[in-house]
Design a protein around this ligand. Structure first.
Ligand code: TXA
Ligand code: MG
Length: 392
């Protein structure tokens, strides 16, 4: 290697602000080459252009949000990609960073109920019961919106989705910034959701301003989304609060079937994307529930639907619920196995699910087989993610 000189450049001040980010430059063969080193993360960072600072500095994160920047932050469900929900330019950057179609509205995160009154019309008795019972927590309520919420956030819908996350650092951030924060999951649109700061760094590190590291997410699947704008509540997305838990508080709750959205995702989904003035396709109450989502790059199929022929000659990996699962017995030549929980505990399985799928996806496999979950409790949310991840 020719002789090189290493020197810190003008970014030295960043070093003082973010102790874990050290930005250096290399003068190599007379050329000036910037070199970005994340000292704490250098060993594990899998993207060379991931230059976004990571820390647990809440004040720094709040400053960035206040000035219209994008901050990914940990919640109890998955990492969110946050922006000031009242700043349309900041919200537009969220859609851009994720390559998210504009027909898919964002969840607004709050820590203080005063924002609920400012953003949404008065709560129905059922909505109030649910907020009282499950907030802070993995429940999102879709409520009639007030004028103050930009159309860009709601994709032109007359409703706004609101949630109060149950994560100490996220709540501290929301309290400090004292703004409603629009935050979809911090993954490129349609891809596997992030449950660690490293996942966000790997996927969006070169597109966002800061990652507030809240550690690995405890719940591991997204919030349950419940539509509260009609006479009867409807679950639009299964998630961290189970249907059983909801029904124990407000009685029977239907699940919204997403056949309509299947049609959208089977056509060219980006054909209906555009600015918020285009709104959502008429009749879509759950515009984001597309048949294909959470997708690994490696083809994924349900183990129950795989045949000898479909695995023959391939490097195959298996995602299974527990050590006692027999699903792998039919496929003896497995190149990798991820077990979500020793004894099939669905809460542990949910917390591990996305990270395990990512590990399999980066194991150089030709095919991933996955075991279905019992269709109860968190198993419903996991089966939903699995079905969409399998959809080609
Ligand atoms: O746990 C979560 O909910 C995470 C964390 C970051 O809070 N967020 C999350 O956001 O999963 P996202 O954007 O990946 O999913 C939000 C879902 C989308 O499917 C979207 O279509 C739906 O909520 N949604 C948002 N606003 C809506 C509205 N007004 N009406 C119907 N669905 C809405
Ligand atoms: Mg998402």
């Amino acid at each position: 290697m020719p002789e090189s000189t290493v020197s810190f450049n003008r970014h030295r001040c960043d070093f003082a602000v973010f102790p874990q980010e050290c930005v250096a430059s290399v003068i190599h063969s007379g050329q000036f080459l910037p070199l970005f080193l994340h000292v704490e993360f250098a060993a594990t960072c899998s993207m060379t252009n991931a230059r976004c600072p990571i820390s647990n500095d809440v004040s720094r994160a709040a400053d960035i949000l206040r000035s219209g920047g994008l901050v990914a932050f940990g919640t109890e469900t998955v990492y969110g990609l946050g922006a000031n929900a009242l700043n349309e330019q900041a919200v537009a950057r969220v859609f851009e960073a994720k390559d998210r179609p504009h027909f898919d509205p964002l969840i607004v995160h709050i820590a203080d109920r005063k924002w609920l009154d400012r953003l949404a019309e008065q709560l129905s008795p059922a909505a109030k019961l649910l907020a009282d019972e499950f907030w802070p927590g993995p429940l999102t309520l879709v409520l009639p919106k007030k004028e103050i919420v930009p159309d860009l956030v709601t994709s032109g819908l007359p409703s706004v989705a609101i949630r109060m996350p149950n994560h100490p650092l996220a709540l501290e951030l929301l309290t400090l910034v004292d703004l409603p924060i629009a935050a979809p999951s911090a993954n490129p649109f349609g891809k596997i959701s992030p449950t660690t700061a490293q996942h966000v760094l790997d996927n969006l590190g070169d597109r966002i301003d800061f990652i507030l590291d809240g550690g690995p997410c405890d719940v591991g699947v997204e919030s349950t989304v419940v539509l509260m704008t009609e006479d009867r509540p409807r679950i639009l997305r299964h998630g961290g609060v189970t249907q059983e838990q909801l029904e124990a508080v407000i009685g029977p709750v239907e699940f919204h079937s997403s056949e309509f959205n299947e049609e959208i995702s089977n056509s060219d989904s980006h054909a209906v994307a555009g600015d918020a003035s285009q709104g959502t396709p008429s009749g879509a109450v759950a515009p984001g529930m597309l048949a294909q989502h959470y997708s690994p790059t490696t083809p994924l199929v349900l183990a129950s639907e795989a045949s000898d022929a479909s695995v023959s000659g391939k490097r195959v990996g298996l995602l299974r619920l527990s050590k006692s699962s027999t699903v792998g017995d039919d496929f003896p030549e497995l190149a990798a196995v991820e077990t979500l929980s020793d004894d099939g505990d669905l809460r542990i399985a949910a917390a591990e699910f996305f990270a395990a799928l990512r590990r399999l996806d980066s194991s150089g496999l030709d095919l991933i087989l996955a075991e279905s979950f019992p269709e109860e409790g968190l198993g419903r949310a996991l089966n939903d993610r699995l079905r969409r991840a399998c959809h080609q």
